[in-house]
Ligand binder design. Sequence first.
Ligand code: GAL
Ligand code: CA
Length: 345
Amino acid sequence: MKKRKVLASAAVCCLCAQMLCACGEQEAEKTDKIYVGVACYNQSDTFLGEMLECFKDRMNNFESSDLQAIVTIRDAAGLQRTQNDQVKELIDAGCNVLCVNLVDRADPSEIIDLARDNDVPIIFFNREPVAEDLQQWDQLYYVGADARESGVMQGELAADAIRTDSRIDRNKDGKIQYVVLEGEPGHQDAIIRTEDAVDTLKNEGIRLEKLSYGIANWNRAQAQNRMQQLIGQYQNDIELVLANNDDMALGAIDAYVKLNRTEAGMPVFFGIDGTDVGLKAVRDSKLAGTVYNDKEGQAEAMAKLAAAIVTGEGMDEIKFENEKYIYLPYSKVTKDNVGRYLGEE
Ligand code: GAL
Ligand code: CA
């Protein structure tokens, strides 16, 4: 019903515009407002909090005397039902483009239906919907990064460290005893990062012994908890901690600090993201390395795409993979180059 009304009034507008232009040059219809509705799975997530700050910043750059850029962010606090309602509210409030960070990446259908019925394009980000879902409508896009690449890079960083520092193999058995701290089950960045980090280490000729793993949902406090249990179980045997993100690596370090372990009794830790706290931990040699998840690049790509979708300008400058996807590259961060990421060089 609503859609029909919108279509009808759009038709009237078109007719008027055509009549106005009839004697002059045909002018493309100009939009004077980019109104972005952002739906975030959980704003207390460190990486996403930082990424969305960048995004607001980038959207501000589009503001000019004849273009307004508005961003409204809604936090689903981990509930898909809440997010579906929030998307409806954002559409009702008049958003002309949506950026959606799904709670459940396997369950976007209700949101896609809502958006399509109201003709509001969606840019999904960070939590990648399955390919078939992105095919449901031609106004669906994805901005993110390739999970596999981050896993491989983490594995390479760890392999380099193990090769250059013989102290890491503390019990000198020629094998590295390790544990993994994993993000949410079902998230593309959890299982793929773990698999590829471990495979890469093996391919690099590092002999490994897996002691255990813990799921900590990207969260520092949960990781500290899980790590305390693992230390209780394995005592001084753990030589390497691979964490699917920086917050969980830092939570693991918190667990050792709480137990007053000295550096000599600690494993090496690797994260992914390069969050502000993560980078500082690399600078301070607490984290042996991390893999930079390019939040500035992702925010910029999302802002450009949102603006192009709404204004109809600049779309041909955007490079897509498979017509819908934009993946920003990861990069490796160690103490040697961390200054550049901290803006100190
Ligand atoms: C990952 C990131 C995690 C967490 C997660 C949320 O890409 O590395 O720290 O933010 O996304 O979906
Ligand atoms: Ca060992």
